[in-house]
Structures are given as C-alpha cells and as structure tokens.
Design a binder for this molecule. Sequence first.
Ligand SMILES: Nc1ncnc2c1ncn2[C@@H]1O[C@H](COP(=O)(O)OP(=O)(O)OP(=O)(O)O)[C@@H](O)[C@H]1O
Ligand SMILES: [Mg+2]
Length: 252
Amino acid sequence: MSEEKPEKTGEIILKITDLKKSFGSLTVLKDINVEIKKGETVVLLGKSGTGKSVILQCIIGLLLPTSGTIEVFDTEFINLPEAEKNLIRRRIGFLFQSGALYDSMTVRQNLEFPVRRQPDFKNEDLSEKVNEVLENVSLADAIDKMPSELSGGMKKRISLARTLMLDPEIILYDEPTTGLDPVTSNEISHLILEMQEKLNVTSLIVTHDIPCAKLVANRILVLKDGTIAAEGSYEELKNSDDEFVRGFFEFS
Ligand SMILES: Nc1ncnc2c1ncn2[C@@H]1O[C@H](COP(=O)(O)OP(=O)(O)OP(=O)(O)O)[C@@H](O)[C@H]1O
Ligand SMILES: [Mg+2]
C-alpha cells in the first residue's frame, strides 16, 4: 500500500535562500535553500552535529545567519527590528530539542506563560484555552502537575501543547521523539499528524526517527556538508541512488 502524500500546492510560507552560518572558523551551513508551502510538513534529516538545530535557530532568529535571507510569511526576517521579529515569532511555534518546560511552574502555568508575556496581553482568563490545548495532546489530567511529575513523553506533549497556546501557523520541531520508547514516539508522531490535519499548520521537523518521517512528511530533506544534498518523498529517498541518503532508511 502506498503511503505517499499528495504534494502541497499552496503559497510559500517559509523561504530560506543561500543561508550560510559559521561559528568562527567552523562553517556549519554553506548554502541552504529551502521553500516550504502552507500546510506542508517537511522533515529534515542529517547526521548528528551537521547543523539541523542551527537551521531552526536561524529561522526563529535565535542565531544570526552569516549571510543569506529568510522570508517568513513573505517578510524578510533577519534584518527586521526586534519588535517586528517578535510579531512574526508569535506566529511560529518552536519545540525545543530539550523540551524546555519551566521546572518551577505547573503545567497550567507553563502553558499560560507564553500568552501572558505577549505585550498585548489583557489579563484575560486562559483556562478555556489551556483545557483545549491539553485536550489536543490528551493530557487534560496533567493540568496541575509539576514537570518533575511527568514522564519524558508527557513532557514532549506538554511542550507541544505550550506551542499551541499561541495558535502557531508554523511549528518547528527539534527532535520531538528522541529519547522516547517506540510506542510513545509513535504517539507523538500521530499527534504531529493530527496537528497537521486538524489545524493545517505548516511544519518543519528535525528528526532521526524514520517511522515518524514516514508517517508525517510530505517531503524529506537531507542535510549533508552544509547543504541540502537530497530531497523527495519517503519512497523516493528510500530508493535513492545515493548510498548516503539510503543509509538513513536502512532499518525502516
Ligand atoms: N551557538 C553555537 N556556538 C558555536 N557553535 C555552535 C553553536 N550552535 C551549534 N554549534 C555548532 O554547530 C554544529 C551543528 O550543531 P547543531 O546543534 O545544529 O547539530 P545538529 O545537526 O542539530 O545535531 P544533533 O542531531 O546532535 O542535534 C556543531 O558543530 C555545533 O558545535
Ligand atoms: Mg540538534
């Protein structure tokens, strides 16, 4: 049975052109060109330490590119004043590799935090929204728990719920299933798929998890030597002529 997803045809919502990033004498990204369409789910594969997290951090402006342009929602992002960057960031959810929940806050407080710190926050009651996003990740019961009381998989789901609090149009996921058992990984992958289908979010997902990529990706990119060395559907890359590319799919 083919699991190929139809190609998305909408407007381009994220465009990375000639992106280069060096740290001192270490050049991590040489020349990255990526276009992502609205509603599309793109998976980024690459060996450890090749710059996948650096790409995500450049997109959200946590790292300043050495050169190149990043257009998000048709706006060149890199050189915007900080206040305008924040308006765009608000529309992008970022799921950190570490999860990054605040240990001293309950789940509810963790979820409310990004909304409360928005400049236009009017002290409105967020209970309904908190319940809605917790329902989305099937963790309504965890609302008053502390992060230390949550398992690794639950923390990932709460992190995803937190990014949903601001109704993001784009979600950047940095290894959403790493460190989880296969069953929990599969649950998270289905959750990502659900977000895509229910909320029509656009997603860029960095992962080493090939079953996850197979389930969620409209398109897969392979990062190698600072450039996108290959791109295609799961089936295309799995059957690639390039041994390096095929290597990612060997055990799938
Ligand atoms: N803020 C930084 N300052 C200096 N070097 C950095 C910084 N961030 C990343 N690097 C370097 O950039 C390279 C790529 O790092 P990155 O975290 O993007 O790898 P990755 O592909 O996400 O790897 P992994 O799969 O292990 O998460 C590494 O050599 C890393 O040491
Ligand atoms: Mg990384």
